[in-house]
Design a protein around this ligand. Structure first.
Ligand SMILES: [Zn+2]
Ligand SMILES: [Zn+2]
Length: 203
């Protein structure tokens, strides 16, 4: 079962997208936990960037989370934000994506071709381990690419079938309004992910 289903009542009151000093964030796991408690945020998910060849100690990151769970009255999830690769795989080692509670996926650097994008997206959406599409639609917007409404409906149907969440990402103002409207129409589930890189990003 995908972990979000267990905590579905916190999808919009939790903070489900956080980076720490292990990658490009500037706050510690413990800083975020203190801040979440102060703000009364019931659940936080650490969705650290990963790569197949990791440049930091992932076990130490997991240990920090385990320690924080002992100290704070919060639901604290481990997670990772895996980058989609042009061959339809994810830039993360299998042992890591299987270890975390809340794996999510995102398009970052990627070939600016609609056909490749769609092909890869359909492959990724079939991956049963993934919980959430992070900052959806942003890659298309940045690349100036468009997809038809019919194509978007097809994508969203697949998202519904595979119980993937649509992230509402304030940092990138994603997804676009048309996407939100269509997603609401077919009753997709949304999740708050602010892409926090510092405790001040958590509100
Ligand atoms: Zn991202
Ligand atoms: Zn992120």
């Amino acid at each position: 079962m995908k972990i979000w289903k267990k905590y579905s009542r916190y999808l919009m009151s939790g903070e489900w997208h956080i980076h720490t000093n292990y990658t490009d964030g500037t706050s510690l796991v413990s800083d975020y936990c203190k801040r979440a408690e102060e703000l009364g945020i019931p659940l936080i998910a650490f969705t650290e960037h990963v790569r197949k060849d990791l440049q930091y100690d992932f076990n130490a990151f997991i240990e920090d989370i385990e320690i924080a769970r002992e100290l704070h009255d919060l639901i604290i999830l481990s997670g990772c934000e895996a980058k989609v690769l042009p061959d339809g795989t994810l830039d993360v080692d299998d042992s890591i994506i299987r270890k975390v509670d809340y794996p999510i996926f995102a398009f970052h650097s990627f070939p600016e071709e609609v056909d490749t994008y769609l092909h890869v997206l359909y492959t990724v959406l079939k991956n049963p381990i993934l919980n959430t599409w992070a900052h959806p639609g942003i890659f298309l917007k940045k690349s100036g690419l468009n997809i038809s409404e019919e194509e978007l409906s097809r994508i969203f149907t697949m998202i519904k079938d595979n119980e993937i969440l649509i992230e509402v990402n304030r940092k990138y103002n994603a997804p676009p309004d048309e996407w939100i409207n269509l997603a609401k129409k077919i009753h997709l589930n949304f999740v708050r992910g602010s892409d926090c890189h510092h405790i001040e990003d958590m509100r």
